[in-house]
Design a protein around this ligand. Structure first.
Ligand code: NAD
Length: 487
């Protein structure tokens, strides 16, 4: 069976122990992964700290850091097919999507490569005649990056890219579910020519995650995952007082008004909930549809859901592949059953497919008579859509905002003034109007409430990996006057 290795201080290492990674399309183990120990994690953080303080990294100009990132981007683009193949094998995400997404990941690194030498300080018009005061932006230090198994090359790019552009070093913990693409990424990174220890990639479970996030030499924790894990991470950061940025789950509303282009809205809704088998933090999992068009929209969605091509994730014709883990498949089935008992009406799908692998069909639940059913409030992380209807714009806003999450949202309407009112009223980090699931390195991404805090992507993300140093320089040659008076 194929074996992967961790990457610590510029060298590739076996684990103390190994664990098997399962191919979600068969349910069979296909590779062995190195389980890092807390001691490995300690070594990785120390390697990153040494690199942070080394001349090899710290004395590089920002432009030189940018050039290394450009080289990394080119290597990712060149190796995208191999990375896509591994992500598909290990996570079950369809090759159609991994190929496109990983090719685009290279552009994220290019964006941050270009930004590296545009992170500027400032000069202050200080209120003292004999003083020059300016601000330097300096890297925060060693960053702990933790990613889940879904879209991991993308989710790590929005951490590693800005952190390295800012001059930080990184220890990345890949998820213990499906770490193959990140461990392969480490090999590609190695070839880009960064000094050793600048990036370290390990995998393992919560114990190594805890060893990383509470480590005394960690300055910032950039986490993507579920809210419950985020609570552990915030508690761990009480040990080192590291700053945190948290990209968590969602229960995003997808609102369709009767004046919308319905073909477009239905297609976007299919993409929003069934693409990636619904395993997306921004999944538009609550359809909020105007009552007058509910039957037409539901009918069209049901037909599309039932026509989706379910199959092997490495087949280019497949539209919905398996879920990543058996645990998720079980969770989705239980949540559907519970919601039905609470009054939700099953329109299509509903239970795991009777075949090998962790397949779950596109599922629609009509919750018009069960607005408080669990499927309306809990994240499935699967291809399950909950539907409710509304009469007025105010009611649509109230339903959309009736959630503790606040990550993404979609609004479909041809009415320009209404679109603007909706943009203002929806409490979410992203509002897509007449589109859905669009991302770019140029646009910030993130949420609030149970969806976390901090933003990834865009210029601000690079600034978030810096701290400000105020520099005071006295320009007078006269002796300092009265030492007992503050200047
Ligand atoms: P998870 O929270 O179970 O795991 C995420 C990572 O945290 C894994 O690497 C895991 O090993 C690690 N971890 C677990 N316990 C830890 C601990 N005590 N200390 C440190 N690290 C620990 O999430 P998951 O099930 O792998 O991923 C799905 C979740 O991620 C969903 O809630 C989804 O919405 C969210 N997500 C959010 C975004 C976003 O950008 N907002 C993107 C993708 C996924």
């Amino acid at each position: 069976m194929q074996r992967f290795q961790n990457y610590i201080g510029g060298t590739f290492r076996d684990g103390d122990t190994w664990f098997e990674s399962v191919d979600p399309s068969t349910g069979e183990a296909w590779a062995q992964m190195p389980a890092a120990s807390p001691a490995d994690m300690d070594e990785a953080v120390k390697a990153a700290d040494k690199a942070f303080n080394s001349l090899a990294w710290a004395s590089l100009t920002a432009t030189a850091r940018g050039k290394l990132l450009y080289r990394l981007a080119d290597l990712i683009a060149k190796n995208a097919p191999r990375l896509a193949e591994l992500e598909t094998r290990d996570t079950g995400k369809i090759i159609r999507e991994t190929s496109a997404q990983i090719a685009y990941v290279a552009d994220y690194y290019r964006y941050y490569a270009g930004l590296a030498d545009k992170i500027e300080g400032a000069h202050l018009p200080i209120d003292k005649p004999d003083m020059e005061v300016w601000l330097r932006r300096e890297p925060v230090g060693v960053v702990a990056a933790i990613v889940p198994w879904n879209s991991q090359l993308f989710l790590s790019a929005v951490k590693i890219g800005p952190a390295l552009a800012a001059g930080c070093t990184v220890v990345l913990k890949a998820s213990e579910e499906a770490p193959a693409p990140m461990l392969e990424f480490a090999r590609i990174f190695h070839k880009a020519g960064f000094p050793e220890g600048v990036l370290n990639v390990l995998t393992g479970g919560p114990d190594v995650g805890a060893a990383l996030t509470r480590h005394e030499r960690i300055a910032h924790v950039a986490f993507t995952g579920g809210p419950e894990t985020a609570r552990h991470i915030v508690r761990n950061s009480a040990e080192n007082l590291a700053s945190t940025s948290l990209e968590l789950g969602g229960k995003s509303p997808f609102i369709v008004f009767e004046d919308a282009d319905l073909d477009s809205a239905v297609n976007a809704q299919v993409s929003g909930i069934f693409a990636a088998s619904g395993q997306s933090c921004v999944a538009g999992s609550r359809l909020v549809v105007q009552a007058s068009i509910k039957d037409a929209v539901l009918d069209s969605l049901r037909q599309k859901a039932e026509a989706v091509v379910i199959g092997a994730p490495d087949d280019m014709a497949t539209e919905v592949g398996p879920l990543c883990t058996k645990r998720q498949q079980k969770w989705a089935a239980e949540l559907v059953t519970r919601s039905q008992a609470q009054g939700a009406q099953l329109i299509t799908g509903g239970q795991p497919l009777d075949r090998a692998g962790f397949y779950f069909p596109p599922t629609i639940l009509d919750c018009s008579r069960a607005r408080d059913a669990d499927c309306m409030t809990h994240e499935f992380f699967g291809p399950v859509l909950s539907v409710v209807s509304f009469e007025t714009e105010d009611e649509a806003i109230a339903i959309a905002n009736d959630t503790r999450f606040g990550l993404a949202s979609g609004v479909f309407t041809q009415n320009l003034t209404r679109a603007h009112r909706m943009v203002r009223s929806i409490r979410a980090g992203i509002v897509w109007v007449n589109t859905y699931r669009a991302v770019s390195p140029i646009a910030p991404f993130g949420g609030h409430g149970l969806s976390g805090h901090g933003r990834e992507g865009g210029l601000q993300a690079a600034l978030d990996y810096t701290k400000i140093k105020s520099v005071w320089l006295r320009t007078s040659d006269d002796p300092i006057p009265d030492p007992f008076v503050m200047r």
